[in-house]
Ligand binder design. Structure first.
Ligand SMILES: [Mn+2]
Length: 470
């Protein structure tokens, strides 16, 4: 007994000492943070440098790129919303602290196509350090993020003014939309700001094709999300609240080192199923309900996006099974036909055809297919698109070709999400099917010859889902 007491006291002393030690370290000096996540998994000089090289070769010689990260926004009182870097800024720098700006331009004196990175970052001293912890500072930006030159954010105005004053550049490519405070300091720098073009149009095209590092990060986010879905599906039962399902997702996500969700989760049961972006998640789920769950973890700033629809009581009714299986047939068909060179719109029309054909065949809706299409009535049942790229944003850019088409390419990653929505009170819909809606969403990599489902570890067949449930 004495020995155990001594041991406990010893542990307590060690804990106190180690805490004191930590606090002292943070206050006394400003150590560079040892963040294993996300830099260790993603930061790779060659990756970010190659992106900047591509950027300077994609903009005219007499221009440069000026990239802002997101602002910090007030939530209420003295509380801010969680900060997340703008995807464009993170994509080009790998830097994820707030109050940062990057200039990317061709090396003026090198005479080569090499890019030069100038960064403006929070300084490593003062109140920031005491309240929010260590930051990289200009030294860290140069040492760890390979900035050729770095300044404190306070020096931005004078440096950008001197660049404008030198009149070497006719115009600038920038993302002004994401940071009103820092954009203010651009327009108040005292110099003449040249014409500003939208940089997103250039960077979006670069972001479409994913590298193997990006694939690994998205696969990790997808794996964690699939694991969270499995855990939730095993626990769902009537009487449970939608937010309790959300809590299971959140627990698995954090347990696996994902710092946040990629978007607000949708846990929509009963009549809520027909609210496309329902996010209150506050309803008690009832026996006989369907619940549609759309969730995605974010890992290393990359998103996952998966949806499953299932009966709260663990057993699909015949009507629920009918609608679910039409959506299942649709997702299988379009993923099977997805391949490089394929038009997104052709796959969308294929998805619309299957859904309308089956709904008409089974007498779930009535009318003439061509008329349902030409009048736009089909949008009642299929209100959203079929697929979108996934990456740093859950809805990653999908730039159009010059003819306006959207073409699938090798190493694109897309979420396919066919769906059927049948609203209560819709007189074109058989009453037995009111509020019987379904969406299935899986994440897919476009390979050289077709498509590979990255979220295939999560069951999608009715029999498999029923077997998982209570
Ligand atoms: Mn989606």
């Amino acid at each position: 007994m004495e020995k155990i007491k001594l041991l406990l006291v010893g542990i307590l002393v060690l804990l106190v000492l180690s805490c004191t030690d930590q606090i002292t370290t943070i206050v006394e000096e400003s150590p560079l943070p040892v963040k294993l996540y996300p830099y260790e998994t993603i930061y790779d000089e060659a990756t970010f440098k190659a992106r900047r090289e591509a950027l300077v070769n994609n903009i005219p010689n007499n221009t440069f790129a000026l990239i802002f990260t997101n602002d910090i926004y007030l939530r209420n009182g003295s509380v801010d919303y969680d900060f997340r870097p703008s995807s464009c800024f993170f994509y080009l720098t790998g830097f994820d602290e707030p109050n940062a700006i990057a200039i990317v331009r061709k090396h003026i004196f090198g005479g080569t196509d090499q890019s030069e990175l100038i960064m403006f970052v929070e300084e490593r001293s003062g109140a920031w350090l005491q309240w929010l912890g260590p930051v990289y500072g200009p030294e860290g930006a140069m040492e760890y993020f390979y900035a050729d030159t770095a300044y404190t954010i306070w020096e931005f105005k004078s440096v950008i003014k001197s660049i404008f004053d030198a009149q070497l550049y006719q115009s600038v490519y920038a993302n002004l939309e994401c940071n009103p405070s820092l954009v203010d300091s651009l327009y108040n720098c005292g110099g003449t700001v040249p014409t500003v073009h939208d940089i997103n149009e250039i960077v979006d095209k670069q972001r479409v094709i994913k590298s193997s590092i990006e694939l690994d990060l998205i696969q990790r986010a997808v794996d964690v999300t699939a694991q969270a879905f499995s855990q939730a599906i095993r626990n769902i039962e009537p009487g449970m609240y939608e937010y309790e399902v959300e809590a299971i997702f959140g627990y698995i996500l954090k347990l696996n080192g994902c710092p946040r969700m990629a978007f607000p989760p949708i846990i929509a049961s009963g009549p809520n199923i027909n609210i496309l972006h329902y996010s209150a998640n506050s309803r008690e789920m009832q026996n006989g309900d369907l619940v549609m769950m759309d969730y995605g973890a974010e890992y290393g700033y990359y998103a996952a996006d998966i949806t499953r629809t299932l009966p709260v009581n663990g057993k699909f009714t015949p009507q629920q099974a009918t609608i679910y299986n039409i959506v299942l047939e649709t997702i299988r068909t379009v993923i099977n036909e997805a391949a490089p060179g394929k038009s997104y719109y052709d796959l969308y029309y294929r998805n619309r055809d299957i859904i309308l054909d089956r709904l008409l065949e089974k007498g779930i809706i009535s009318g003439n297919k061509n008329q349902i299409i030409s009048s736009g009535q089909y949008r009642q049942y299929i209100p959203a698109g079929l697929a979108h790229p996934v990456g740093l944003d859950v809805h990653d850019p999908f730039p159009r070709e010059s003819n306006g088409d959207k073409i699938l390419k090798e190493n694109m990653i897309l979420a396919f999400e066919p769906h059927i929505y049948l609203y209560e009170g819709d007189q074109t819909v058989n009453q037995d099917y009111w509020n019987v809606s379904a969406r299935i969403e899986d994440v897919v990599l476009i390979t050289s010859t077709g498509a590979q489902v990255l979220s295939s570890s999560l069951p999608v067949e009715i029999a498999d889902i029923e077997a998982m449930m209570k």
